[in-house]
Design a protein around this ligand. Structure first.
Ligand SMILES: NC(=O)c1ccc[n+]([C@@H]2O[C@H](COP(=O)([O-])OP(=O)(O)OC[C@H]3O[C@@H](n4cnc5c(N)ncnc54)[C@H](OP(=O)(O)O)[C@@H]3O)[C@@H](O)[C@H]2O)c1
Length: 281
């Protein structure tokens, strides 16, 4: 039975993985910041030497973009140094490391989807720190998978909650219609992670739901699929901090070329998530 350690297990992706992985099939070890803070290399080493997992899935991260801008040191401490600690520890017990990363490693200035061979150029502190984390993984681990995803929603606070919480509180909301990306359900992403737990394939992969949309279209779909379209108006606006459309759509080129099943189309995945959970945390 494979022993799998999930860090940041209480977040969106960690929770979806805990739900997806069958405990009769895997021995699952879960920790979050209170059990193992990944910035504490001694703790990380102690945990890994004691438990000796076959696979480590690093879902821990500082994911709040504003927090990263405000506290640059902390962003790098968690998203770069923390990843370095986990990568070194995984390598020391010859475990496979599956590291989660982001579309924010790109600058969103393209007019077509980014594939894994496109040059990264992060603009945000979050994106820069995540890129630094990716580099540590490639430098320190022999057996690694880096999965870049985007606009993840699931258990926890995210854009889906943000929209649904406005119902009954506000009459209308303004949502940018010039920011494009791919909403990806944590459940769909967890299925891709599972594939890499089970198979001897390695490298860098993009893993997002199929299709793309603007934030405005995403908000409209959330309301439509929960039957709340009449209860909250959504106004399309131009995002104030950008003079041109931001297009940060990932192409799952490596999954496609490797014959690995891609996550479902974003609308279907969103509908399924909302039907299963109601969408609120
Ligand atoms: N959310 C997205 O849209 C998105 C998109 C692309 C890629 N990703 C990447 O996917 C991964 C998982 O994202 P997610 O949405 O599941 O994030 P999330 O919901 O914010 O979960 C991250 C978890 O890591 C924990 N954590 C924070 N600092 C830690 C530390 N020093 N040591 C151990 N645990 C720590 C967090 O605890 P607290 O809540 O207490 O801080 C949280 O439980 C991250 O690497 C993220 O960069 C996310």
């Amino acid at each position: 039975m494979l022993k799998v350690w999930i860090t940041g297990a209480e977040g969106h992706v960690g929770s979806a993985l805990c739900e997806l992985l069958d405990s009769t099939e895997y021995q699952i070890l879960t920790t979050d910041i209170n059990e193992v803070d990944i910035t504490d290399s001694e703790k990380v080493n102690h945990y890994i030497n004691f438990n000796r997992p076959d696979v480590v899935i690093n879902c821990a991260g500082l994911t709040n973009l504003d927090e990263c801008e405000k506290d640059v040191d902390m962003a790098y401490k968690v998203n770069a140094i923390g990843v370095r600690n986990v990568a070194m520890a995984a390598e020391s017990v010859r475990a496979k490391l599956i590291q989660l990363s982001t579309d924010d490693v790109f600058d969103a200035k393209s007019e077509k989807p980014y594939n894994e061979f496109d040059k990264t150029h992060p603009r945000t502190v979050y994106g820069k720190s995540k890129e630094a984390g990716e580099k540590f993984v490639t430098q320190l681990c022999k057996k690694f998978v880096i999965l870049r995803s985007s606009w993840i929603y699931g258990i926890g606070r995210d854009f889906v909650d943000e929209v649904l919480r406005k119902i009954g509180v506000e009459k209308s909301i303004n949502v940018p219609n010039n920011r494009y990306g791919v909403p990806t359900s944590a459940k769909e992403l967890a299925k891709v992670v599972k594939y890499f737990i089970d198979n001897d394939e390695y490298g860098l992969y993009h893993a997002v739901c199929k299709g793309s949309c603007s934030r405005y279209e995403f908000a409209k779909a959330i309301l439509e699929y929960t039957g709340n379209s009449g209860k909250l108006e959504v106004h399309p606006v131009l995002s104030s901090d950008t003079s041109r459309p931001e297009y940060c759509v990932l192409d799952n080129m490596m999954l496609r070329l490797s014959g690995i099943e891609e996550p479902a189309e974003w609308r279907g995945a969103l509908k399924e998530y909302l039907e299963e959970t109601g969408g609120l945390e």
